[in-house]
Design a protein around this ligand. Structure first.
Ligand SMILES: [Zn+2]
Length: 534
């Protein structure tokens, strides 16, 4: 008895004991554990229940009931802030026709009667008639209210006359890196790339209350999907300050890796201030856009589009802009992350990166999407330690029409995740939400099965470029953390790391496609504290 009590007192105090679980620690040996001890927001130990009970005395116990625990998911490429704001605009994702959009807008306009009417997420490829819409009916329905409806990829939009007037857009207007589409001398309302921004700039900014509400809605949706860190790819420094202050007040619990947009004010801000690092926020990188998207044929290709002769897309800025930005980011020691979709866009960025990086290095400069890569350019990623940051659901969203745009040969270098992963031996995964759904489970099936939710195509889309389950899980956790220079603090459940973890009802290392898709998140924990639970 006395001996028993004595040994009891030698136990280490802890906050939370999680047991009766299969824990995928995602450590370097990809080992499993059945229990975990947490103290001060960090993992103190993992191991067997019996061993840990002998050594630790925890205030709280959590019976995982035989379920599966993983490190919290990290989405290495998303637009969290924009997603939040988007939750307050008409959601047009999955709409099946232009008529359906008009109907949806009319009811949305009734419940949101003031100011600009904003919508987002349409994709003409989902419609029976796959041509871009025109503004005619919008003008009839909303003659006095500006309307701006952004395509799913954000690289095209349709605006009504009221909105075009607000931005001073005139028929036949020419601009660099964008297109104001005109037919028979009249504006159609269709805007491509930089033309979208011209009109977007006229939308009045959200109020602080609207922003706080938007981010709260966004994080709650993300927590319900098991996300504990998101990379926000392209923010203004003032938006980062908003995120920081909401995190400091404890209102925003999501951890954010924020990339600042390519604008003079953002460079001035961060170069003067230096990198920002708290437990919740990491700001040390810049997001640059090389080209547009494949869907709207804005991606910059080496050879013309297969379905649009004499058209190769375009770069969003002259090459010397990318070069001068790379030089200053390199000299100041920050990370550069550049959106590149087309094989020409990728080559331009790879060549400029290589000029500064010179050879192998650990600066982790990223190419976001790396979507269509010329066969001869893959090796550049490895030779210069350039990180391809990819989104598996782009493959399964685009697979229905990618070959029309690219042709059979060129398509082989598209969405080539395995080949890209092999260049450095690791690859971060993301979704690009709200371009895609926020669900990490959709990422998982797109990466492993290379199929849509219906299991199409059988055998998978270009299956040799799928990743294994283990690689996929790493891409969503430890490798995503690594792309953010955070692999020492998160991305796996090991002693000393942040206790960001999730409890799922499925074993992702075994589950079928349908099982993965129906996975339920039973708990999401950030720093050992529950932020979501059923
Ligand atoms: Zn993006």
């Amino acid at each position: 008895m006395i001996i028993g009590l004595a040994s009891c007192n030698t136990k280490t105090a802890a906050d939370l004991f999680v047991y009766n679980a299969t824990i995928y620690t995602v450590d370097s040996a990809f080992s499993k554990a059945e229990a975990m001890v947490i103290k001060d927001g960090k993992v103190l130990a993992t191991g067997t229940r019996a061993d840990l009970e002998k050594s630790y005395d925890s205030k709280e116990q959590l019976d995982a009931k035989g379920q599966y625990i993983y490190p919290g998911f990290i989405d290495a490429h998303a637009h969290f802030y924009r997603y939040g704001l988007g939750l307050q605009t008409a959601d047009l994702v999955g709409t099946e026709s232009w008529e359906a959009i008009l109907q949806k807008l009319q009811s949305f306009a009734q419940t949101n009667p003031d100011g600009w009417l904003l919508g987002r997420g349409w994709d003409q490829n989902d419609w029976p008639e796959k041509t871009f819409p025109t503004k005619e009916k919008l003008d009839q329905l909303f003659p006095d209210r500006p309307v701006l409806l952004t395509r799913v990829d954000g690289h095209a939009a349709i605006a009504n006359q009221k909105a075009l007037d607000a931005a001073g857009i005139k028929a036949g207007m020419q601009l660099t890196g964008g297109d104001v589409v005109t037919e028979g001398g009249k504006l159609t309302g269709l805007l491509i790339d930089n033309a979208v921004d011209l009109v977007g700039a006229k939308v009045p900014p959200a109020t602080p209350t609207q922003i706080a509400k938007a981010l709260d809605l966004a994080q709650n949706n993300c927590f319900a999907m098991g996300l504990t860190t998101v990379d926000d790819c392209g923010l203004d420094y003032t938006e980062v300050q908003t995120i920081d202050s909401l995190q400091q007040k404890g209102e925003l619990k999501m951890r954010v890796y924020a990339m600042l947009s390519d604008a003079a004010r953002n460079y001035d801000f961060l170069f003067a201030k230096g990198p920002i690092k708290t437990d919740f926020l990491n700001v040390r990188s810049f997001k640059v856009y090389a080209d547009g998207a494949l869907g709207s044929r804005g991606a910059c290709l080496l050879q013309p589009y297969t379905d649009k002769p004499n058209w190769t897309g375009f770069l969003l800025s002259p090459q010397n802009h990318f070069d001068s930005v790379a030089r200053i980011i390199y000299n100041k020691g920050f990370q550069m992350c550049t959106h590149a979709i087309g094989d020409s866009g990728n080559r331009v960025v790879l060549d400029i990166y290589a000029r500064y990086l010179k050879g192998k290095n650990d600066l982790r400069w990223r190419i976001e999407h790396a979507q269509v890569v010329s066969p001869q350019d893959f090796a550049t990623f490895g030779a210069y330690g350039i990180v391809p940051s990819v989104q598996p659901t782009h493959a399964t969203s685009d697979m229905y029409w990618a070959q029309e745009r690219l042709g059979k040969e060129r398509e082989k270098g598209a969405y080539a995740f395995k080949q890209l992963m092999q260049q450095n031996g690791w690859i971060p995964l993301g979704t690009d939400f709200p371009v895609e759904d926020i669900s990490p489970f959709k990422t998982f099936i797109a990466s492993v099965f290379r199929q849509d939710a219906k299991g199409w195509p059988s055998g998978g889309y270009q299956p040799k470029n799928g990743l294994s389950r283990e690689e996929t899980l790493k891409g969503m956790t430890i490798w995503a953390a690594k792309s953010n220079f955070e692999e020492r603090e998160k991305g796996s459940l090991e002693k000393g790391k942040l206790a960001d973890f999730i409890i799922l009802d499925k074993d992702l290392m075994q589950a079928s496609l349908q099982q993965v898709l129906s996975t339920k998140v039973h708990g999401t924990f950030i720093g050992g504290k529950k932020v979501f639970g059923r």
